[in-house]
Design a protein around this ligand. Sequence first.
Ligand code: ADP
Ligand code: MG
Length: 383
Amino acid sequence: MVTRMKVVLQNLTKKFPSRDRKNRQDVTAVNNFNFEIPDGKLIGLLGPSGCGKSTTLNLISGLIKPTEGKIFFGEEDVTGLAPEHRGIGLVFQNYALYPHLTVRQNILFPLQNLKGKDKLSKTQMLERTNEAARLVQISELMERKPKELSGGQQQRVAIARALVKMPKVLLLDEPLSNLDARLRLQTREEIKRIQKETKITTIFVTHDQEEAMSISDMIIVMKDGIVQQIGKPQEVYDNPVNLFVAKFLGTPPVNVFNGQVKNGRLYIGQEDVMDAVGCPDAEVYAGIRPEGFILDEKGSLGCKLKGVEVMGRDISIVSSHTASLNTTVRALIGTENRVDMGAGHNGGDILVRFNLVPHKVFLFDKNTEFCLSREGGSSGRLS
Ligand code: ADP
Ligand code: MG
């Protein structure tokens, strides 16, 4: 039913003129993007606010023109094409439905504007509208007006309206940001299901790492208009290219320490905490994932205990360390591994000791912040 389409960005750059009187330098919102988004996949475009996500999406949709570079849908160069000729579906954070039209009329609307060979009969239009409504599960709401719907339902109508033209590429810009926490979870599962069912190549923009990680086949992590890393969510989490990516993914976040590599060993403070074979002697940042700590009274790293939080499946041990860049060090310990705290007294402070899980510890160069302990390299190509 749908045409699956890969999307290729080639040397894609967008600069905006500076509005700052003191700093006349252009803002480079998208800086030389070169990658291929495979057809039929759901891609999460992820990064903090202002990093250029919406600009990237608007370039792909044709709403704005690039300063340099090209965009291809399949083999076709669409760089010069107007948005309405690109075969895209767009969904934004604010649902932007027509308030005076019913749900059915809202979904129908884009089809009524089709001209020439694309023009549909009344019956075809209604069939398509019903099919789109079925996909997003709002068939029983067709006669309502937008104001009679919840936020989640309105967003489903907006998605149905984007799907009804059978787009080659579906572009979603922070579509869940206006929904409350529970609806956000539910709607993101819905989006995943719809994408799987329709196989439409989908680009999903979000600043929420958990959201992107949970539904994307691939994530693209951006910072300041520059792609940092592309890969499957788990691969990027397990193998971050730099300190920024390591810190951006994961809750609770990675724990960062000042460390030192000497003779193939990693030192944190005075303690020799683990093997660092292959790393040259240097000052480093050591990033330790919360699940990378193992409680052990003979453990190599001692932290000052501040508290223990029980959170159902896990126990979170909160502590501090003079070499830690974060005020608290957070270790997640599965309840099944519950052992004696292994705490000893140390001048009034309770010390808790950990061993470290090697593949949960990343070492970063202090100047470049690149990861020193990564396996393999990253490429700009998704497959
Ligand atoms: P995100 O969607 O990741 O929050 P945007 O793509 O909206 O980020 O913005 C990226 C950068 O480009 C920001 O610094 C923003 O201020 C700037 N920017 C976006 N749109 C414009 C515009 N129309 N004119 C000038 N600067 C812009
Ligand atoms: Mg944005």
